[in-house]
Design a protein around this ligand. Structure first.
Ligand code: SAH
Length: 371
């Protein structure tokens, strides 16, 4: 059993079964043994691949999105550019390189901030951003980032925030709790009583996931934007409407595994409930746009033109690679996912949601569509 498995086992033995969100939080974020704390999980040899790791075009377009959004909020003379959960730092490196075409924006950057809890990933991010000569800062949490106008970027950050899971029984919604067997393996059970606060009508057996941590995070982010000015772009896989059904999945070596099988050794994520994030953000007075699909978002930002420009300076072989990357990021066709089931391509599965300060016009990619 892994050291984290032992820790969770003794917690359960002394305090009783753990709600799933607490298990997920420990599995990902335990200070010593959490999944993200001890490794670089990305790439072909890691457990999963993200959009900025697929193509430089992703980070470049998000960088240009930030520069244009800065212009639309009136070019504040001092701005923080913050990335939440920056992984290997690839997105930010590509973004800053692309923004060389916007020198006034670059001059306004008081600090580029990386909100990252993992020491291993911080080191990789530092190396990736070694060429950037402006001020760079690392922070453990959003609260620590100094106030002032800020543009936030979050790709595949919200899917790593823990969710609670409930199952509909005759009497109401019972929470899924994690227990431990004598041999140290973990199993799911149900809370003895239904949760009195949940009233959603649904047939017996239905699953409801509640991403309270994501909702709370979106509320804090939007409150900062409403109070201090700025904007945020959130890209992740998830659904536009709050729905029933289980979406938690665990990945190891690009394969789906049991989320309880080996805490700390596999990535655990849940689909993001964009409707819940939008509600949280709206309530603060900030303006909310989307969610729209990643395909619409990247196409409207000009990914096809960017791919053509890159291909003009590329070898034929590199040209084929660029076309493949473009398709991978924007395809909406069904494909076979890690669990073996068919899933929509990244262009449809992933969504983009924007938050912007009150009274600002729509950010790039979210303009009201012409008829
Ligand atoms: N955005 C990157 C990485 C996504 S993986 C990409 O697109 O490639 C999730 C990232 O969020 C990792 O860097 C992980 O260490 C970080 N992370 C997860 N939970 C976090 C939390 N609560 N606070 C700060 N960072 C967190």
């Amino acid at each position: 059993m892994s050291p984290l498995g032992e820790t969770i086992r003794s917690m359960i033995e002394t305090e009783g079964p753990l709600p799933f969100d607490q298990f997920m939080q420990l599995a990902l974020g335990h200070p010593q043994h959490g999944y993200y704390m001890s490794r670089d999980p990305f790439g072909a040899r890691g457990d999963f691949v993200t959009s900025p790791e697929i193509s430089q075009m992703f980070g470049e377009l998000l960088g240009l999105w930030a520069a244009e959004t800065w212009a639309r909020i009136g070019c504040p003379s001092s701005l923080r550019l913050v990335e939440l959960g920056p992984g290997r730092g690839t997105l930010m490196a590509d973004a800053l390189r692309a923004c060389q075409v916007a020198p006034e924006f670059m001059k306004s950057l008081a600090e580029v901030c990386l909100v990252e809890t993992s020491a291993v990933l911080r080191k990789i991010q530092e190396d990736k951003l070694a060429d950037y000569d402006g001020p760079l800062g690392w922070y453990d949490s959003l609260d620590q980032v100094p106030p002032g106008p800020t543009i936030f970027i979050a790709n595949e950050f919200f899917d790593a925030l823990p969710v609670r899971q409930f199952i509909r029984v005759e009497e109401g919604w019972c929470e899924k709790l994690v227990g431990v067997n004598e041999d140290g393996t973990f199993f799911f059970g149900l809370s003895p009583e239904p949760d009195p606060l949940i009233h959603a009508p649904a047939p017996v057996g239905y699953v409801l996931e509640i991403g309270a941590a994501g909702h709370q995070f979106a509320a804090s982010l939007a409150a900062r934007i409403a109070d201090h000015g700025g904007a945020a772009i959130i890209v992740d896989y998830g659904h536009t409407q709050t729905t029933y059904g289980e979406t938690v999945q665990a990945m190891r070596n690009h394969r789906a595994v049991d989320p309880l099988s080996d805490p700390g050794e596999c990535d655990i994520t849940a689909h993001v409930d964009f409707a819940s994030l939008a509600r949280a953000a709206n309530a603060t007075g900030a303006r909310v746009f989307g969610p729209i699909t990643q395909a619409d978002f990247l196409n409207r930002l000009g990914i096809v033109q960017r791919a053509e420009a890159l291909k003009r300076n590329a070898s034929p072989l590199q040209g084929i690679k660029i076309s493949r990357e473009l398709t991978r990021l924007t395809s909406t066709a069904e494909e076979r996912g890690a669990s073996g089931a068919t899933v929509p391509g990244m262009g449809a599965l992933f969504k983009a949601l924007a938050i912007i300060e009150p009274n600002a016009e729509a950010p790039p990619g979210f303009e009201p569509r012409e008829r």
